[in-house]
Design a protein around this ligand. Structure first.
Ligand SMILES: C[S@@+](CC[C@H](N)C(=O)[O-])C[C@H]1O[C@@H](n2cnc3c(N)ncnc32)[C@H](O)[C@@H]1O
Length: 359
């Protein structure tokens, strides 16, 4: 705030602030509310921000609780939200900043608990956030999750890095599929959900499933990523401990020899060669309630494909398929992939079709 035309130390400064907030909500002019200088009991809670939102037709406020290493989102209908904010001031927060289309107001409590209200006309032309929760595409994870930044999916401002948009889609799709499967099995709620991710690589999906279980669903989870490459394991363990993902570990090992005691969820996505087969076997032996896997299309199918070169009836471009020994297929590699209904790249939407020979 650049200027403070009026500063009041009236005893009802808190009540005035809450009245301003209620007005802004009812006039649909609230842009944002920030509660800061946390003095409550909750360890690591730093601040709470709130924005208007419509949930299933009900005007609501969306609260984002910002902790040291994570965010938690909670939506409350307006009356409930106002009551909750009233409870927080000043017991849990000593500073509240209200931004509306017409107003900018700040409520501060001194060390002795004396409220002070600073008001100013809105300095900039602002827009009320769209708040159309109902119309947004449902995402199972939020871009603000700290692990996404550590793994290079988001930048410092928690915005998606454009080159990672495909990975971000894949992560969300994976959690979407998992959430449906998880909803259809009855695992005992008093026990942590035990998950093994074989061939975890850089850990995108391992972190995502741990975050979904422990943060979104608030279920304790023991998630283990098993990975051949020691550098990946080190990188992931570092991120897991620095981000405080309790119950998430990465072990260096071969799917063929690592056998966990028992697991509820077995994951093996795009593990190389026949690692997926071993993982499926392990999942079945361990009595996993959910098995999610897709083979590595590159390493499993590619050696079986070869081409004599591209004929004009296949495609009219020069064939760039590198390996073409013992060819018995009439199409070039990429066209054969296409014909067989496969994508020439690993992807979670991969569909398994046996390639047919066309000779
Ligand atoms: C294509 S990456 C997939 C990573 C991750 N599952 C994903 O979908 O994002 C395959 C990973 O499996 C690992 N891998 C391959 N064979 C393995 C084996 N036998 N045991 C453990 N990890 C293996 C590789 O080192 C690689 O990091």
């Amino acid at each position: 705030m650049s200027a403070i035309p009026s500063t009041q130390a009236a005893p009802d400064a808190r009540a005035q602030f809450l009245a301003l907030l209620a007005d802004a909500l009812h006039q649909q002019s609230l842009v944002k509310l920030v509660l800061a200088r946390h003095v409550g009991d909750e360890a690591d809670l730093q601040r709470i921000t709130a924005k208007p939102l419509t949930v299933k037709g009900t005007p609501s406020l969306q609260f984002v609780y910002r902790y040291k290493t994570r965010d938690i989102t909670r939506n409350l209908a307006l009356d409930e939200a106002l009551a909750q904010i009233g409870e927080w001031l000043p017991g849990s927060f000593r500073n509240a900043h209200l931004l509306s289309l017409a107003d900018e107001a700040q409520l501060e409590f001194s060390k002795k608990g004396k409220p002070m209200l600073h008001r100013n006309a809105a300095q900039q032309v602002r827009q009320v956030a769209a708040g159309e929760h109902d119309r947004e595409k449902k995402r199972y994870l939020e871009l603000s999750r700290p692990f996404l930044h550590d793994l290079g999916v988001t930048d410092k401002q928690q915005a998606l890095i454009p080159a990672m948009s495909r990975k971000w889609k894949q992560i969300n799709k994976f959690i979407e599929v998992f959430s449906h499967a998880f909803g259809s099995v009855a695992l005992p709620v008093e026990q942590p959900v035990r998950v093994a991710d074989f061939g975890s690589g850089k850990g995108y999906l391992t972190f995502a499933i741990h975050d979904y279980l422990s943060n979104t669903l608030q279920r304790p989870a023991q998630v283990t990523g098993v990975e051949l490459r020691a550098d990946m394991v080190e990188l992931c363990n570092k991120a897991a401990s620095h981000l405080e993902h309790p119950g998430l570990v990465f072990e260096q090992g071969d799917v063929r020899s690592v056998v966990p005691a028992s697991i509820d969820v077995m994951i093996a996505l795009h593990a190389c060669d026949i690692a997926t087969d071993y993982a499926i076997h392990t999942g079945i032996r361990c009595g996993a309630a959910i098995i999610m896997c897709s083979p590595c299309c590159h390493k499993q199918i590619r050696p079986q494909l070869s081409s004599p070169g591209c004929s004009s009836r296949c495609c009219n471009t020069a064939c760039t398929w590198a390996s073409r020994p013992r060819c018995s297929l009439t199409a070039c590699g990429p066209c054969t992939w296409k014909r067989a209904g496969m994508k020439p790249r690993c992807s979670s939407s991969f569909r398994w079709n046996t390639p047919t020979r066309t000779r």
